[in-house]
Design a protein around this ligand. Structure first.
Ligand code: PRT
Ligand code: ZN
Length: 295
């Protein structure tokens, strides 16, 4: 009997493809060499990847062509606004990359800087479903113009008074003289699946992938810290170590003025963390990445 293969829809090219293939690689998925533009096979797991535009991913998963998909929450929720078929899609887990937010913005020198000021105005967006639902919830009646791209130029072109678009650094808004005044949705990449019944025969490989993804995500932020500290400052040192559960303290051969501290820090370690450690007497501080983690 052949093992059923899980089919994962993933963006062919773009931010989600970049983050998605990086995640799969770190999770130990080896892609078989292939010339097929649409399908890539994993050589070491019963897993096939279907490479498509991100906007098509919810539809492919909802229709059962693919059991699972990696897509931005923005695209998933927009699909759910537009089609009842997509309502059966579930987020299995959030993946921690391609973070952005869908925001309302308008010319910085204009009169629109609140949601209510949009009454009777025109909003350009590639996310008409989410924008309409948000404005309806706020009781604001505005006209929505759908645009496929370059939404940020709409106010300058006289096409719209405001926009509702994805923002990550905010540089695009700034360059176009727009200032944001409301967040409609926070978004990141997510692993989605269709109905449970359809995914039953591949649940083993899905569980394995989810566990590995969790390990990769946990290890991204987690760092291993090694340092030396005076024994009487241990309490202060441990209080600064971010998210370190139970540091190990060991003797340093030939030294009684310092002990060695080893700790797994589960929260981000910044330069100011190291500076703070130094002020309480820590020296020879090493911060190392953790490659794999399984709890
Ligand atoms: O449809 P196709 O698969 O061919 O590609 P695409 O053009 O839709 O893909 P891509 O890779 O641009 O976006 C895929 C997903 O990445 C989106 O659906 C979001 O979930 C996520 N993402 C994260 C973003 C951004 N950050 C982002 N900044 N998608 C788009 N942008 C745009 C933003 O709209 C702005 O115009 O990038 C521009 C720069 O943003 P700033 O704020 O950094 O200036
Ligand atoms: Zn797209």
């Amino acid at each position: 009997m052949t093992t059923p293969r899980l089919t994962l829809a993933i963006q062919k090219k773009g931010r989600l493809a970049e983050g998605g293939f990086d995640l799969l690689g770190r999770a130990g998925v080896k892609l078989a060499y292939g010339r097929d533009d649409l399908l890539r096979r994993a050589e070491n797991l019963p897993l096939d990847m279907m490479l498509i535009r991100d906007d098509d991913i919810p539809g492919f998963v909802a229709s059962g062509v693919c059991g699972y998909g990696i897509v931005g929450e923005n695209v998933l929720y927009e699909a759910q606004q537009k089609s009842s078929r997509a309502s059966g899609l579930h987020i299995v887990m959030k993946l921690g990359f391609a973070r952005c937010a869908l925001k309302l913005a308008a010319p910085g020198d204009g009169v629109i800087q609140t949601v209510t000021a949009l009454t009777g105005k025109t909003v350009a967006t590639s996310y008409p479903g989410l924008t309409a639902a948000f404005l309806k919830e706020r009781g604001v009646n505005a006209n929505i113009v759908e645009m496929g791209g370059s939404v940020e130029v709409a106010p300058r072109m006289g096409v719209a008074d405001a926009i509702c678009d994805l923002v990550s650094t905010g540089a695009t808004l700034q360059i176009n003289g727009l200032s944001e005044f409301e967040t409609v949705l926070e978004s990141e990449a997510a692993l989605i699946r269709g109905s449970e019944a359809r995914c039953e025969d591949t649940s083993g490989i899905a569980d394995l992938l989810v566990e590995r993804f969790k390990g990769v995500i946990a290890s991204r932020q987690t760092k291993y810290i090694l340092l030396n500290a005076p024994p009487d400052r241990l309490k202060d040192v441990c209080a600064i170590l971010p998210g370190a559960d139970a540091p190990t303290v060991a003797q340093v051969v030939g030294r009684d003025d310092v002990v060695a501290v080893h700790a797994v820090c589960t929260e981000a370690v910044f330069w100011d963390t190291l500076e703070a450690l130094k002020t309480v007497g820590a020296r020879s501080i090493l911060v190392m990445p953790i490659e794999k983690m399984m709890t």
